[in-house]
Ligand binder design. Structure first.
Ligand code: SF4
Ligand code: SF4
Length: 337
């Protein structure tokens, strides 16, 4: 399915309430797209040390009525010129696209933390003229001239999972590496709406208001705990209990800001706490180390019924252990004869 700039606008208008897009952003976007969109910046998306979960999250279906193919949306609407997982180009051609784009106006989106140990050589992005280019070098090269820098996901924003103790590859966030301000869209993974919302703002020339951790306050303005439907419903002592608060079991909702309770995930289907799991604080700096252990295990084991000791458990019949036969080629590999 081809998604064109007009359809992107239509999607943003149709989903403005769900996305939380203000009318100023929509108006600016409409003007830019009416002018052919020629003035819109291109986007270079780099992948540092990460699981690619944020790309997978973004590629998730985000609308039943609007665009459904995020790859088309990205390439045909915002001119995504480089994305290692979604682009068709490869090799020298892809590298040349980055170099050409770097001469003009572009938004730099980075997914993943940036390894700095071993001179960054644990994360290589491409080769240029026979020389390996590390994620560290690529970000340092492209960040200073970018119109805006998006740190997509918690790894790029704050280090995240790859920076967890003992952090052997010396992962840092994009802003730590470059010393530049980034627009952080944390989450492990980040929500596809949060990416579209932020990109729509930047394309329209509106810089979203950011909090002290450089997250858009419209998306990350409230602690989950304050609006959680399980609040003040009594404490759950074990998992599987509907409606009751999961704080005793380790929920980090009181320390975590995001709009997960109202936005939900998988196209509004459900969210962590709605599904009976705790919030592990994935949108916060210091995740995961400062939020570990995720679960508290000292809950009501006594609630489980032990098997009746008076009746010995039925044992499965003992099977004779089959005689192992070694194949001649294995013996050869092992140096046998
Ligand atoms: S489940 Fe978590 S977020 Fe919800 S009320 Fe309890 S502690 Fe707060
Ligand atoms: S509820 Fe908590 S752990 Fe789950 S996605 Fe939202 S911020 Fe992350």
């Amino acid at each position: 399915m081809q998604i064109h700039r007009r359809q992107f606008l239509k999607y943003c208008v149709g989903s403005a309430t769900a996305l939380g897009l203000p009318m100023t952003v929509l108006g600016n976007l409409e003007q830019a797209l009416a002018a052919g969109g020629a003035v819109l910046p291109k986007v270079i998306w780099l992948n540092g040390a990460n699981c690619t979960g944020c790309t997978v999250s973004l590629a998730n279906l985000f609308s039943n009525s609007g665009p459904t193919d995020i790859a088309d949306l990205l390439f045909n609407t915002i001119d995504l010129v480089f994305h290692p997982n979604l682009m068709g180009a490869a090799g020298d051609l892809a590298v040349q696209q980055v170099k050409d784009t770097a001469q003009g106006s572009y938004i730099l989106a980075v997914e993943g933390g940036i390894p700095t140990a071993f001179n960054g050589h644990t994360c290589m992005l491409w080769t240029d003229g026979g020389k390996d280019v590390t994620a560290m070098e690529a970000v340092q090269m492209l960040a200073p001239n970018a119109a805006a820098i998006l740190s997509v996901g918690t790894c790029a924003s704050y280090g995240g999972m790859p920076a967890a103790d003992p952090n052997p590859t010396g992962i840092v966030s994009v802003s730590e590496l470059t010393g530049l301000n980034t627009v952080n869209i944390p989450g492990c993974p980040t929500h596809p709406d949060w990416i579209v919302w932020t990109i729509a703002h930047l394309l329209s020339g509106v810089m979203p208001q950011l909090d002290d951790r450089n997250r858009p306050t419209d998306l990350y303005g409230t602690e989950i705990h304050k609006v959680c439907p399980r609040k003040d419903q009594g404490e759950a002592k074990m998992f599987g209990v509907e409606h009751k608060c999961l704080k005793e079991l380790g929920c980090k909702g009181p320390k975590t800001k995001s709009d997960c309770p109202s936005r939900k995930w998988n196209n509004g289907t459900n969210w962590c706490i709605g599904a009976g799991a705790i919030c592990v604080g994935c949108t916060e700096s210091g995740f995961p180390d400062k939020f570990s252990p995720f679960y508290k295990v000292e809950y009501g084991y006594q609630d489980f019924q032990k098997p009746n000791d008076s009746q010995p458990p039925i044992q499965p019949p003992i099977q004779p252990t089959p005689q192992r036969k070694y194949q001649p080629h294995l013996l050869l590999l092992l140096g046998g004869s």
